[in-house]
Design a protein around this ligand. Structure first.
Ligand code: NAP
Length: 248
Protein backbone atom coordinates (compact mmCIF):
# COMPACT_ATOMS: atom_id res chain seq x y z
CA UNK A 1 0.00 0.00 0.00
CA UNK A 2 1.41 3.43 -0.99
CA UNK A 3 1.48 6.00 1.77
CA UNK A 4 1.62 9.79 1.55
CA UNK A 5 2.30 10.75 5.19
CA UNK A 6 2.68 14.44 6.02
CA UNK A 7 2.07 15.49 2.42
CA UNK A 8 -0.43 18.20 1.50
CA UNK A 9 -2.57 17.60 -1.56
CA UNK A 10 -4.86 19.85 -3.59
CA UNK A 11 -7.52 18.06 -5.67
CA UNK A 12 -9.76 19.99 -8.07
CA UNK A 13 -13.35 18.76 -8.39
CA UNK A 14 -13.19 16.69 -5.22
CA UNK A 15 -16.86 16.84 -4.28
CA UNK A 16 -18.10 13.96 -6.43
CA UNK A 17 -17.09 10.98 -8.55
CA UNK A 18 -13.44 10.18 -9.13
CA UNK A 19 -12.35 13.36 -7.31
CA UNK A 20 -14.08 12.42 -4.06
CA UNK A 21 -12.55 8.91 -4.25
CA UNK A 22 -9.11 10.53 -4.69
CA UNK A 23 -9.65 12.84 -1.70
CA UNK A 24 -10.76 9.91 0.44
CA UNK A 25 -7.85 7.67 -0.57
CA UNK A 26 -5.22 10.39 -0.02
CA UNK A 27 -6.63 11.16 3.44
CA UNK A 28 -6.71 7.44 4.35
CA UNK A 29 -3.06 7.19 3.33
CA UNK A 30 -1.92 10.04 5.52
CA UNK A 31 -2.21 13.24 3.48
CA UNK A 32 -3.78 16.54 4.49
CA UNK A 33 -6.16 17.43 1.69
CA UNK A 34 -7.56 20.63 0.20
CA UNK A 35 -10.16 20.11 -2.49
CA UNK A 36 -12.39 22.24 -4.66
CA UNK A 37 -15.95 22.12 -5.92
CA UNK A 38 -18.00 24.41 -8.11
CA UNK A 39 -21.72 23.89 -7.51
CA UNK A 40 -22.23 21.22 -4.86
CA UNK A 41 -21.42 22.65 -1.40
CA UNK A 42 -23.59 20.03 0.37
CA UNK A 43 -21.60 17.13 -1.09
CA UNK A 44 -18.33 18.92 -0.35
CA UNK A 45 -19.32 19.53 3.29
CA UNK A 46 -20.52 15.95 3.66
CA UNK A 47 -17.12 14.69 2.49
CA UNK A 48 -15.25 17.06 4.82
CA UNK A 49 -17.36 15.89 7.80
CA UNK A 50 -16.90 12.23 6.89
CA UNK A 51 -13.11 12.50 6.59
CA UNK A 52 -12.29 14.94 9.39
CA UNK A 53 -11.69 12.24 12.01
CA UNK A 54 -8.63 10.99 13.90
CA UNK A 55 -6.79 14.29 13.40
CA UNK A 56 -7.15 14.38 9.61
CA UNK A 57 -7.19 17.83 8.02
CA UNK A 58 -9.52 18.28 5.05
CA UNK A 59 -10.80 21.63 3.74
CA UNK A 60 -13.17 22.27 0.81
CA UNK A 61 -12.97 25.49 -1.23
CA UNK A 62 -15.49 26.77 -3.75
CA UNK A 63 -13.37 27.73 -6.75
CA UNK A 64 -13.89 27.64 -10.50
CA UNK A 65 -10.83 25.85 -11.90
CA UNK A 66 -11.36 27.46 -15.31
CA UNK A 67 -10.98 30.96 -13.81
CA UNK A 68 -7.38 32.21 -13.73
CA UNK A 69 -7.85 34.75 -10.92
CA UNK A 70 -9.84 32.36 -8.72
CA UNK A 71 -7.13 29.72 -9.21
CA UNK A 72 -4.41 32.15 -8.08
CA UNK A 73 -6.46 33.09 -5.01
CA UNK A 74 -7.14 29.41 -4.27
CA UNK A 75 -3.44 28.52 -4.23
CA UNK A 76 -2.76 31.49 -1.91
CA UNK A 77 -5.51 30.31 0.47
CA UNK A 78 -4.30 26.70 0.46
CA UNK A 79 -0.73 27.81 1.25
CA UNK A 80 -2.06 30.05 4.05
CA UNK A 81 -4.17 27.19 5.51
CA UNK A 82 -1.74 24.28 5.02
CA UNK A 83 1.70 25.89 4.64
CA UNK A 84 2.68 23.86 1.54
CA UNK A 85 1.47 21.95 -1.53
CA UNK A 86 3.17 18.62 -2.28
CA UNK A 87 0.58 17.07 -4.58
CA UNK A 88 -1.68 18.71 -7.17
CA UNK A 89 -4.39 16.61 -8.82
CA UNK A 90 -6.01 18.34 -11.80
CA UNK A 91 -9.22 16.32 -11.83
CA UNK A 92 -12.09 18.81 -12.47
CA UNK A 93 -13.74 18.04 -15.79
CA UNK A 94 -16.99 18.05 -17.71
CA UNK A 95 -18.46 16.72 -20.95
CA UNK A 96 -20.69 18.63 -23.40
CA UNK A 97 -21.08 16.05 -26.15
CA UNK A 98 -22.26 16.81 -29.67
CA UNK A 99 -21.40 15.96 -33.24
CA UNK A 100 -19.11 18.58 -34.79
CA UNK A 101 -21.82 19.97 -37.11
CA UNK A 102 -24.06 20.65 -34.10
CA UNK A 103 -21.44 21.60 -31.55
CA UNK A 104 -21.79 25.18 -30.36
CA UNK A 105 -18.92 27.53 -29.67
CA UNK A 106 -20.07 27.60 -26.05
CA UNK A 107 -19.87 23.78 -25.75
CA UNK A 108 -16.36 23.85 -27.21
CA UNK A 109 -15.16 26.72 -25.00
CA UNK A 110 -16.67 25.38 -21.76
CA UNK A 111 -15.03 21.99 -22.17
CA UNK A 112 -11.65 23.42 -23.16
CA UNK A 113 -11.71 25.92 -20.28
CA UNK A 114 -12.84 23.54 -17.54
CA UNK A 115 -10.81 20.52 -18.66
CA UNK A 116 -7.62 22.05 -20.07
CA UNK A 117 -7.23 25.71 -19.11
CA UNK A 118 -7.91 24.63 -15.51
CA UNK A 119 -4.76 22.47 -15.55
CA UNK A 120 -2.73 25.47 -16.78
CA UNK A 121 -4.27 27.74 -14.10
CA UNK A 122 -3.64 25.47 -11.13
CA UNK A 123 -0.27 24.12 -12.27
CA UNK A 124 1.14 27.59 -12.97
CA UNK A 125 0.45 28.84 -9.44
CA UNK A 126 1.16 25.55 -7.59
CA UNK A 127 4.51 25.07 -9.33
CA UNK A 128 5.83 28.32 -7.86
CA UNK A 129 5.30 26.86 -4.37
CA UNK A 130 6.65 23.43 -5.35
CA UNK A 131 9.80 25.08 -6.74
CA UNK A 132 10.35 26.76 -3.37
CA UNK A 133 9.94 23.36 -1.70
CA UNK A 134 12.13 21.69 -4.34
CA UNK A 135 9.66 18.83 -4.62
CA UNK A 136 6.17 18.04 -5.83
CA UNK A 137 3.96 15.68 -7.79
CA UNK A 138 1.40 16.91 -10.32
CA UNK A 139 -1.17 14.42 -11.56
CA UNK A 140 -3.48 15.26 -14.45
CA UNK A 141 -6.65 13.23 -14.99
CA UNK A 142 -6.97 12.84 -18.73
CA UNK A 143 -8.95 10.07 -20.51
CA UNK A 144 -8.51 7.23 -22.98
CA UNK A 145 -10.74 9.39 -25.21
CA UNK A 146 -7.82 11.85 -25.42
CA UNK A 147 -5.66 9.04 -26.81
CA UNK A 148 -8.13 7.39 -29.19
CA UNK A 149 -10.87 9.94 -29.88
CA UNK A 150 -14.61 9.32 -29.73
CA UNK A 151 -17.38 10.35 -32.13
CA UNK A 152 -19.48 13.09 -30.54
CA UNK A 153 -16.72 14.09 -28.13
CA UNK A 154 -14.31 16.13 -30.27
CA UNK A 155 -14.21 18.93 -27.67
CA UNK A 156 -13.63 16.49 -24.78
CA UNK A 157 -11.05 14.44 -26.72
CA UNK A 158 -9.15 17.59 -27.74
CA UNK A 159 -9.10 18.87 -24.16
CA UNK A 160 -7.85 15.51 -22.83
CA UNK A 161 -5.24 15.10 -25.60
CA UNK A 162 -4.10 18.64 -24.79
CA UNK A 163 -3.64 17.59 -21.17
CA UNK A 164 -1.26 14.84 -22.26
CA UNK A 165 0.95 17.28 -24.20
CA UNK A 166 0.77 19.66 -21.24
CA UNK A 167 1.81 16.88 -18.83
CA UNK A 168 4.85 15.90 -20.88
CA UNK A 169 5.96 19.52 -21.33
CA UNK A 170 5.62 20.40 -17.64
CA UNK A 171 7.47 17.20 -16.71
CA UNK A 172 10.43 18.39 -18.81
CA UNK A 173 10.27 21.97 -17.47
CA UNK A 174 10.29 21.15 -13.77
CA UNK A 175 12.17 17.85 -13.45
CA UNK A 176 15.40 19.61 -12.43
CA UNK A 177 13.55 20.95 -9.36
CA UNK A 178 12.49 17.44 -8.28
CA UNK A 179 8.90 18.04 -9.39
CA UNK A 180 7.20 15.23 -11.29
CA UNK A 181 4.20 15.52 -13.60
CA UNK A 182 2.20 12.53 -14.83
CA UNK A 183 -1.22 11.82 -16.28
CA UNK A 184 -3.76 9.09 -15.62
CA UNK A 185 -6.07 8.04 -18.45
CA UNK A 186 -9.18 6.39 -17.03
CA UNK A 187 -11.45 4.35 -19.27
CA UNK A 188 -15.04 3.94 -18.16
CA UNK A 189 -15.57 4.75 -14.47
CA UNK A 190 -18.90 4.61 -12.66
CA UNK A 191 -19.70 8.24 -11.78
CA UNK A 192 -22.40 10.82 -12.53
CA UNK A 193 -20.47 11.65 -15.73
CA UNK A 194 -21.09 8.14 -17.08
CA UNK A 195 -24.56 7.65 -15.52
CA UNK A 196 -25.96 10.04 -18.14
CA UNK A 197 -24.93 7.71 -20.99
CA UNK A 198 -27.70 5.56 -22.47
CA UNK A 199 -27.69 1.77 -22.00
CA UNK A 200 -26.75 1.07 -25.64
CA UNK A 201 -23.61 3.24 -25.42
CA UNK A 202 -22.65 1.54 -22.14
CA UNK A 203 -23.16 -1.93 -23.65
CA UNK A 204 -20.98 -1.00 -26.62
CA UNK A 205 -18.24 0.23 -24.29
CA UNK A 206 -18.45 -2.94 -22.18
CA UNK A 207 -18.00 -5.16 -25.25
CA UNK A 208 -14.60 -3.52 -25.81
CA UNK A 209 -13.31 -3.74 -22.25
CA UNK A 210 -11.23 -6.93 -21.79
CA UNK A 211 -11.80 -6.91 -18.02
CA UNK A 212 -15.53 -6.88 -18.82
CA UNK A 213 -16.68 -4.28 -16.30
CA UNK A 214 -16.70 -0.60 -15.44
CA UNK A 215 -14.25 0.62 -12.79
CA UNK A 216 -14.84 2.33 -9.48
CA UNK A 217 -13.37 5.74 -8.67
CA UNK A 218 -11.29 4.11 -5.94
CA UNK A 219 -9.36 2.16 -8.61
CA UNK A 220 -8.26 5.46 -10.18
CA UNK A 221 -7.56 6.86 -6.72
CA UNK A 222 -5.13 3.99 -6.00
CA UNK A 223 -3.04 5.01 -9.02
CA UNK A 224 -3.17 8.68 -8.00
CA UNK A 225 -1.89 7.70 -4.55
CA UNK A 226 0.98 5.75 -6.14
CA UNK A 227 1.98 8.69 -8.39
CA UNK A 228 1.66 11.06 -5.42
CA UNK A 229 3.84 8.88 -3.20
CA UNK A 230 7.62 8.59 -3.03
CA UNK A 231 7.25 5.05 -4.40
CA UNK A 232 6.92 6.57 -7.89
CA UNK A 233 9.97 8.83 -7.43
CA UNK A 234 11.51 7.92 -10.84
CA UNK A 235 8.31 8.25 -12.87
CA UNK A 236 7.60 11.49 -14.71
CA UNK A 237 6.05 12.56 -18.03
CA UNK A 238 4.05 9.32 -18.26
CA UNK A 239 0.42 8.50 -19.00
CA UNK A 240 -0.90 5.54 -16.98
CA UNK A 241 -4.10 4.01 -18.34
CA UNK A 242 -6.68 2.73 -15.87
CA UNK A 243 -9.08 1.29 -18.40
CA UNK A 244 -9.46 -2.46 -17.98
CA UNK A 245 -7.42 -3.05 -21.15
CA UNK A 246 -9.70 -0.91 -23.37
CA UNK A 247 -6.62 0.57 -25.10
CA UNK A 248 -4.98 -2.74 -26.11
P1 NAP B 1 -18.17 14.03 -12.15
O1 NAP B 1 -18.71 12.91 -11.33
O2 NAP B 1 -19.09 14.73 -13.07
O3 NAP B 1 -17.51 15.11 -11.14
C1 NAP B 1 -16.91 16.26 -11.67
C2 NAP B 1 -16.24 17.05 -10.56
O4 NAP B 1 -15.64 18.20 -11.16
C3 NAP B 1 -17.22 17.56 -9.52
O5 NAP B 1 -16.59 17.53 -8.26
C4 NAP B 1 -17.48 19.00 -9.95
O6 NAP B 1 -17.82 19.90 -8.91
C5 NAP B 1 -16.10 19.37 -10.47
N1 NAP B 1 -16.12 20.51 -11.37
C6 NAP B 1 -16.80 20.64 -12.55
N2 NAP B 1 -16.53 21.84 -13.09
C7 NAP B 1 -15.66 22.48 -12.25
C8 NAP B 1 -15.01 23.72 -12.26
N3 NAP B 1 -15.18 24.61 -13.26
N4 NAP B 1 -14.20 24.04 -11.22
C9 NAP B 1 -14.00 23.16 -10.21
N5 NAP B 1 -14.59 21.96 -10.15
C10 NAP B 1 -15.42 21.62 -11.16
O7 NAP B 1 -16.93 13.57 -13.04
P2 NAP B 1 -15.98 12.28 -12.89
O8 NAP B 1 -16.56 11.20 -13.71
O9 NAP B 1 -15.64 12.05 -11.47
O10 NAP B 1 -14.68 12.82 -13.68
C11 NAP B 1 -13.55 13.35 -13.00
C12 NAP B 1 -12.44 13.51 -14.02
O11 NAP B 1 -12.12 12.24 -14.58
C13 NAP B 1 -12.79 14.43 -15.19
O12 NAP B 1 -11.68 15.19 -15.56
C14 NAP B 1 -13.16 13.45 -16.28
O13 NAP B 1 -12.99 13.99 -17.56
C15 NAP B 1 -12.19 12.33 -16.00
N6 NAP B 1 -12.61 11.03 -16.55
C16 NAP B 1 -13.77 10.44 -16.16
C17 NAP B 1 -14.13 9.21 -16.70
C18 NAP B 1 -15.37 8.47 -16.29
O14 NAP B 1 -15.65 7.42 -16.87
N7 NAP B 1 -16.14 8.96 -15.33
C19 NAP B 1 -13.30 8.62 -17.65
C20 NAP B 1 -12.13 9.25 -18.04
C21 NAP B 1 -11.79 10.47 -17.47
P3 NAP B 1 -19.38 20.13 -8.44
O15 NAP B 1 -19.75 18.90 -7.67
O16 NAP B 1 -19.36 21.31 -7.58
O17 NAP B 1 -20.17 20.30 -9.69
Amino acid sequence: MCKVPDKTALVTGGSRGIGSAIVEKLVKNGAQVAFTYLSSPEKANELVNKLTVNGAKVIAYQSDASDHTQSKELIEKVIKDFGRIDILVNNAGITKDNLIMRMTEEQWDQVMNINLKSAFNLTKFAVTQMMRQRSGSIINITSVVGQFGNAGQSNYAASKAGMIGFTKSIAKEVASRNIRCNAIAPGFIETEMTHVLDEKTKENFLKNIPLGRLAQGSEVADVVTFLASDQSSYITGQVLSVCGGLNM
